[in-house]
Design a binder for this molecule. Structure first.
Ligand code: ZN
Length: 246
């Protein structure tokens, strides 16, 4: 089985389309999405509409998804993120608001082998930054593999012989071969708002036959996504950061 692992689209239709376009040639059996369809970008309706065309998709909700549909307050968000959430609330179609409300909370277990969560398996809003957090996360994971998002950084944590080691993935493509007896906690990076200074859309593909996970970056029309943000009168910083990948 081949799985597309993707996260944090944040209303960036151009980035999403670039990823889906690239994977057309790569045969995908299931789409696994790790949360934050919307928030920041100017195309929330278009992104959800496109996601709904994907068959065989499993999704968990992100903190922005929750805040936009009223399941969470905007108090924990910084002013720019909060104003983007307000804008998205105003512009989101009602049918998509109820779609967001129905998204499951992670961890979600797929095919007895994979866990999906947005932040961490013990708290969907928690940021896993570093090995200390990863050790805690592994103690809650019941599968050999867990995928997470939320930090917008492509990252691998391996647990082997009771040691946990983290690696930031800067290469693209980058291939990881899963070892027997090890467990993995993996972030594919962000589709719509990468923060690792590489502005290209990030995603990964897991092949359960070959036991390989490959990390990719897709170029997309950043100018167009930025133009839409400015035209929508969202904070201009949200447009600027896309070309810097921060
Ligand atoms: Zn996010």
């Amino acid at each position: 089985m081949r799985y597309l692992i993707f996260s944090d689209i944040h209303g960036n239709l151009e980035a999403l389309e670039a990823v889906l376009n690239e994977v057309k040639r790569k045969r995908i059996d299931y789409f696994l999405f790790l949360g934050d369809l919307i928030g920041y970008g100017a195309s929330p309706n278009e992104v959800i509409k496109r996601i709904l065309t994907l068959k065989k998709i499993f999704l968990v909700r992100g903190n922005h998804d929750k805040a936009v549909c009223g399941l969470d307050s905007i108090q924990t968000f910084n002013p720019i993120a909060a104003s983007a959430i307000e804008w998205t609330r105003k512009n989101l179609q009602a049918k998509y608001e109820s779609f967001l409300q129905g998204l499951p909370k992670g961890p979600l277990i797929i095919h007895q082998e994979i866990s999906l969560c947005h932040g961490a398996p013990f708290d969907e809003d928690y940021y896993i930054f570093g090995e200390f957090d990863a050790v805690e996360a592994f103690s809650f994971i019941e599968t050999p593999l867990c995928f997470f998002g939320h930090t917008h950084f492509p990252f691998i944590y391996v647990e082997k012989d009771q040691q946990v080691e983290g690696t930031f993935i800067q290469e693209s493509p980058f291939e990881l071969k899963l070892e027997k007896g090890a467990r993995y906690l993996i972030n594919p990076g962000s589709v719509g708002q990468p923060r690792d200074r590489d502005p290209r859309a990030a995603y990964a593909i897991y092949d359960s036959q070959t036991k390989k996970i490959k990390f990719y970056r897709a170029k997309y029309d950043i100018n167009r996504a930025q133009k839409k943000i400015l035209e929508a009168k969202l904070p201009s910083a949200l447009a600027e950061r896309l070309s810097l990948g921060i």
